[in-house]
Design a protein around this ligand. Structure first.
Ligand code: KIV
Length: 266
């Protein structure tokens, strides 16, 4: 089994071999997704929403990311592990960005970090790339900008916004990013950005023309409650299956049916 590196991802773009990426936050999920040959495991700061129960990603800390990154790294053999840099871990100064990214790589074992933003973070992308920390960019709907954006909205609908997003993508590439996530932008714009960039684009709600796709694992598995953006395809609905199994267990305990003999030591 060949370990995926950032060089493989660049090659995949040129060979038009699509890149698969999923989020993971824990050891067992990491083992399972890795066994399915997912190319990239993203320890997303979406952990704040889907695991920790926050309304948005803003409360997530470097310590939270470190804890989950270590678990995911322990579970994977093949996939490239990318750790999200949480809100305020790279915005205050370049020194803090270096220190925090260094923690996720050195202590966490991630092979790359992801930061949100375009032209405004080019200097951070460059500073990290210059000290050999590979950076994945993230433009379009950037959840850490929720208050500026006024909600989770599709970005780049107007021509002026589209020009800005293209400038953001080029800026992240110029800074030295090895790939960039395009979130919730129109298909045509994502196709144009993908064509203009030499680095791979990974889409989420950005249509089929990106070089790769990413989804939040809980969304794919039908484990996100009622939350379901248009771009999410639920490949299975695990929530009712889990509820049925757990209700059965609770019923058996109450009725003194569990544990049966086979689950008991004599
Ligand atoms: O945190 C996350 O899960 C992400 C993906 C949605 C790209 O940033």
């Amino acid at each position: 089994m060949k370990k995926i590196t950032i060089l493989d991802l660049k090659k995949m773009k040129y060979e038009r071999d699509k890149i698969s990426m999923l989020t993971a936050y824990d050891f067992r999920t990491s083992v399972m997704l890795d066994a399915c040959d997912v190319d990239i495991l993203l320890v997303g700061d979406s952990v704040g929403n889907v695991v920790m129960g926050f309304e948005n990603t803003l409360s997530v800390t470097v310590d939270n990311m470190l804890y989950h990154t270590k678990a995911v790294v322990r579970g994977r053999k093949r996939a490239l592990v990318v750790a999200d840099m949480p809100f305020m871990s790279y915005q205050v100064s370049i020194d803090e960005a270096r220190r925090n990214a260094g923690i996720l790589i050195k202590e966490g074992g991630a092979e790359a970090v992801k930061i949100e933003g375009g032209e405004n973070v080019e200097s951070v992308v460059k500073a990290l790339s210059d000290i050999d920390i590979p950076v994945m960019g993230h433009i379009g709907l950037t959840p850490q900008s929720i208050h500026r954006m006024g909600g989770y909205k599709v970005q780049g609908k107007e021509e002026r916004q589209q020009e800005k997003l293209l400038a953001d993508a080029l800026s992240v590439e110029r800074g030295g990013a090895f790939a960039v996530v395009l979130e919730a932008i129109p298909q045509k714009l994502a196709a144009k950005i993908t064509e203009k960039l030499k680095i791979p684009t990974i889409g989420i709600g950005a249509g089929p023309d990106c070089d790769g796709q990413v989804l939040v694992i809980n969304d794919l598995l039908g484990l996100s409650g009622k939350f379901r953006p248009k771009f999410v395809k639920q490949y299975v609905q695990l929530e009712p299956i889990i509820k049925k199994a757990v209700s059965e267990y609770v019923g058996e305990v109450k009725k003194k049916k569990f544990p049966q003999d086979e689950f008991t030591f004599s």
